[in-house]
Write a protein that binds this ligand. Sequence first.
Ligand code: PEP
Length: 248
Amino acid sequence: MKKLVVGNWKMHGSRASNAELLQGLVSADLTVTAPRADVVVCPPFVFLSDVAAALKGVAISVGSQDISAQAQGAFTGEVSGLMIRELGVKYAIVGHSERRSYHAESDQLVAEKAKSALSHGLVPIVCVGETLAERESSQTEVVVARQLKAVIDTLGDQLVQIVVAYEPVWAIGTGKTASPEQAQAVHALLRAQLKAAMPQAAAVPLLYGGSVKPDNAVELFAQPDIDGGLIGGAALKAADFVAIARAA
Ligand code: PEP
């Protein structure tokens, strides 16, 4: 399966720093990775338009970090898939653990955001993952299965059109990466759950996220059920992000 490498810029950047980062990505010519990996960057909403314009004709796609579950209406502060699709955006991250914890997003809301993304022609990148306390109390399987089940139940046959990212919360931005074996074990469970829901959904790309760096990417991406990565901190440094994309 072709790998997918997605950079989540979180709430970082300015017009000047984005231009420098994009220049670094464009000049590295990621088209050489194109036969083996698709590359996506996810800037904050306000920069989507600039970034999409800067990447026109470049083999790097653009995604958002979130999306409203609604298409339009009296939802102050929200941004819909309908709006960002117009900018040339192709992907939308939904259910990132920072949204689930700081904005109290429920499994069902995340599933509705995934459905909304699909209805506007965007590919949802659905994040799932357990906290450290959940891992230490042997709840990892139960938590990720519950998070994914809400999406399975809500999407029906559209399940085949999504991307899933396993991001153990304890590994995000902490420098602690899940070992390739730990990550693979959860990915295998997610793959089995998707396949049980719908045989064709076994082909849903499964990304790993959580302190992926150039020096651990090769080993992580070599696991049979790891189809790429969702990259936070290292996506802000052109050299690191390029090295991770090449590792794929
Ligand atoms: C993320 O925010 O999705 C992430 C994986 O962050 P980091 O790579 O910094 O751990």
